[in-house]
Design a protein around this ligand. Sequence first.
Ligand code: SF4
Length: 260
Amino acid sequence: MSTFLFDQTVFGPVISRRLGISLGINLLPNDSKLCSFNCIYCECGWNPEKGTVKAVLPSRMEVKRLLRDKLAAMKSEGELPDVITFAGNGEPTMHPDFASIIDDTLLIRNELCPGARIAVLSNSTMLHKSKVVEALKKVDDNILKLDSGIPATNRLLDQPVGKFDLQRVANNIKQFDGQLIIQTMFIRGYFKGSEIDNTTETELTAWIALLQQIRPKMVMIYTIARDTPANDLRKVPEDELETIADRVRKETGLEVQVSG
Ligand code: SF4
């Protein structure tokens, strides 16, 4: 299947299903993916084989210059973004200067487009680093991935590159005292002989229990929209996502947003 990579450090603006008019920042390489997960549904495809690609990351100064130039151009055209979104070809918090880049972005945003939000889409694997946590506390939308309340399902869906301890990740997420958004991909299908369905009763019970512990300010649920690297995956129909959202609202009182 044809997945795609972002070939620029500052990209868009694009209309995001979840975020509005979004100017993207890709802190990962422009020609390959770099992520601590290797999700079977990742729109960027699989991580390259270890040792086959030298990952070249944009420097802090380069990101600063590109962002300032782009926002200045958008401002002169009267077309400012609703949100500046750190996403792209992998996990943004893996960039060694992530915290400083967030500080730069806050300054540039305040100067050129104070109405825009700053969002980071992260897979929650770098939250053992205090600098990453402190940086994420400064952004408007700290969007953290949590695909299941069951460790084996996380491992199947997200294919972590290193060790993955779900309770440790959940404890790290709790450091934000609710100042975060949980993002969950619901999906069905098969991968390497294993059936996948994180919408079963067992799955939803475990996931909702974890949401109760974390108490995020919002939960975003969605399903696949584009090609995925694993072939045998299926969307969860939108009416089923709505049913899941209603259940979460009823059982937890949390705000839930559905993207079809
Ligand atoms: S965390 Fe995001 S970028 Fe990383 S593999 Fe999963 S979907 Fe792709």
